[in-house]
Design a protein around this ligand. Structure first.
Ligand code: F6R
Length: 616
């Protein structure tokens, strides 16, 4: 969703801002802009569409400065127009904002009465005027502009309800940038004689790796020489400096056409990294934190909360959890759970799954679970130091590396690997997993990256199938048991990036309704590995064939399938046992990718979607 970058330096910061905004493009956006403080004036350029269009305008208008802020906007309040794009300016105060201000109507009325006029439909413009109002008030009172902007921001944020990350500059104070955070991530990058602000470390990685993560309620003043951070009571405070390990290579395309393609192909490595600690040290509670054992022993069940693809990882984990650990497990979409009068068992472990660690619905569901009295919380997340793991007692970081494509791929399979580890650890602690079982699970994990590589080698065959899918309007995905969530994930990937309407059903459910949709125009993808449900799945496939439906079956080498009229088969090399859902994810990802390619859609930035969803 929206992205922020800001810089103050001796050099021209405009290229830094543009580069930073380009690095944020993957989050999804519909307009972009920068504002610079230039010889006592604020200049701004904004454009709807791509950052490159805004960049061309900035070059044409000869933008250069030592202080500036930039933004990519994903419309919430007000349509996709230049007037609604950030930065917003109020008489020399320019500001960029991520998040949503809930009381903006009320503040707008108040500011109108104070004589302010509004140029946009955004909630953000309210903040710019509020800051200007407090600056003017302190100037009128004679407290002087030297400490003005920081104090004005600190006063303004107290009037706001909602979520924000802000970066603010003023033409009267060309030596500083002020920022604030509540409910949306914001970090400060520390350089040599230059400093930066960003909503995501990738925006400033080209300049520095040393970062301070602002905490909830913090404000900060950033100059060339240094940074001062203040807590919610405006008391100056020291925040820890972290060194980011996000690699620049993970932000580059390399030889690939799309980030999604690159990330699909990175899965053997991402999985190997995610399981490395288990392979080296076994299934130990310490994988989830130094003091995890006591908490994990204490629990009596598991409640998983997540959205989208992460929710499907949770659905898969439920099958593992109940079979391997013997603990009861429920999975719920975070945005539903947070508004339900749930009956909490305090001893049910809350497991949130989030690639970004920022998803608002998941974060709010976690807060709600805590308010209901759940004693223990665990986050499975791909972004270190992001909000959800920081709010959780225990953490398991997937080691997928930065995921840039909007459609989640390597994050999903590494989430599955992490959740599998959790199931086995809980099984051990709760007396369900014997030493022999543990050795067997370890062995299966060892084979996993290799099996995933074999599945990737099927790409040419899958690309041929994709050509058939490209002309279709609808598709149906079927699976059973552990592979039903993979069918759901396959349907989600296809609809997200190719815009083909796709639905997934447990294969046994077909005859209870969706079979009515099946005719010769409906391709039916079946995930049918050689497990105990295979014969049942075969019967469901007969139901499809009998109605003229065309079947596209992903199975493994061990199952005795033959191709026939209307039945196409692609085989992964060997049945991957309990980890088969991870291996069978690869073909459905590749099918979606190649179908989208054949349809010529914007694979990495599908329409209407954002990478990290920080609004309700
Ligand atoms: C789909 C996809 C989304 C996310 C969902 C949750 O490809 O990426 O469905 O899975 O928005 O995001 P995280 O995992 O960041 O909480």
């Amino acid at each position: 969703m929206c992205g922020i970058v800001g810089a103050i330096a001796d050099r021209d910061v405009v290229p830094v801002l543009i580069e930073g905004l380009k690095r944020l493009e993957y989050r999804g956006y519909d307009s972009a802009g920068i504002a610079v403080v230039d010889e006592q004036d604020v200049r701004r350029v904004r454009r709807t569409g791509r950052v490159s269009e805004m960049e061309n305008a900035a070059i044409a208008e000869d933008f250069h400065a030592h202080l500036g802020i930039g933004h990519t906007r994903w419309a919430t309040h007000g349509g996709v127009t230049e007037a609604n794009a950030h930065p917003h300016i109020s008489q020399g105060v320019a500001l960029v904002h991520n998040g949503i201000i809930e009381n903006h109507e009320e503040q707008r009325e108040r500011l109108r009465e104070l004589g302010y006029q509004f140029e946009s439909q955004t909630d953000t413009e309210v903040i710019a005027h509020l800051i200007h109002h407090y600056l003017k008030e302190s100037n009128d009172a004679g407290t002087g502009p030297a400490q003005g902007l920081l104090a004005a921001v600190q006063r303004a944020v107290k009037d706001l309800t909602g979520a924000y990350a802000l970066a603010v500059v003023s033409r009267k104070e060309p030596e500083r940038m002020v920022c604030a955070r509540m409910g949306c991530p914001l970090l400060i990058g520390l350089g040599e004689g230059e400093n930066f602000v960003a909503s995501d470390v990738s925006a400033i990685l080209q300049a520095t790796r040393r970062v301070i993560f602002l905490e909830e309620g913090d404000t900060a003043e950033v100059t060339r020489a240094g940074v001062r951070v203040f807590d919610g009571d405006n008391v100056e405070i020291q925040r820890e400096v972290h060194v980011s390990d996000v690699s620049l290579a993970s932000l580059e395309l390399g030889p690939y056409r799309h980030f999604m393609q690159k990330e699909i192909h990175e899965q053997p490595r991402a999985l190997a990294d995610t399981i490395e600690a288990v392979i080296d040290g076994g299934f130990s509670a310490e994988l989830f934190g130094a003091n995890a054992e006591a908490a994990l022993r204490d629990i009596e069940g598991v409640q998983i909360l997540a959205c989208g693809t992460s929710y499907y990882a949770g659905m898969t984990a439920r099958y593992w959890m109940e079979a391997i650990s013997g603990l009861p497990c429920s999975v719920e979409i975070a945005s539903e759970y947070r508004y339900r009068a749930a009956h909490a068992n305090p001893k049910h472990l809350i497991v949130t799954i989030s690639q970004s660690g920022e998803t608002l619905d998941t974060m709010e569901a976690l807060k709600y679970a805590k308010s209901l009295g759940h004693l223990h919380t665990l986050s499975v997340c791909n972004v270190p130091e992001s909000a959800i793991p920081r709010a959780s007692e225990l953490v398991c970081y997937t080691r997928a590396g930065a995921e840039i494509g909007v459609a989640s791929t390597k994050a999903f399979t590494t989430q599955l690997a992490a959740l599998f580890q959790l199931c086995v650890v809980l099984g051990k602690l709760h007396g369900k997993v014997s030493e022999a079982d543990e050795a067997d699970y370890l062995e299966q994990l060892r084979f996993l990256p290799g099996s995933v590589q074999h599945a990737l080698n099927l790409e040419p065959q899958i690309a041929l199938w994709a050509e058939k899918f490209a002309g279709k309007q609808n598709a149906l995905f079927l699976g059973r048991g552990l592979h039903y969530p993979i069918a759901l994930e396959g349907a989600l990937k296809l609809k997200e990036i190719s815009y083909i309407h796709a639905e997934a059903y447990p294969a046994g459910e077909l005859k209870h309704g969706p079979l009515a949709l099946v005719d010769a125009a409906m391709p039916v993808v079946v995930i049918a590995p050689n497990d105990k449900l295979l014969e049942k799945v075969k019967s469901n496939m007969q139901e499809v064939r009998a109605r003229g439906g065309e079947l596209f079956v992903f199975t493994d080498q061990d199952s005795n399938f033959t191709e026939s009229e209307g039945v196409h088969v692609i085989r992964t090399p060997r049945h991957a046992g309990v980890l088969s859902p991870i291996v069978h994810t690869i073909p459905v990802q590749l099918l979606a990718y190649h179908t989208a390619l054949a349809r010529g859609t914007d694979v990495d930035k599908p329409r209407n979607l954002a990478k990290s969803v920080t609004v309700e």
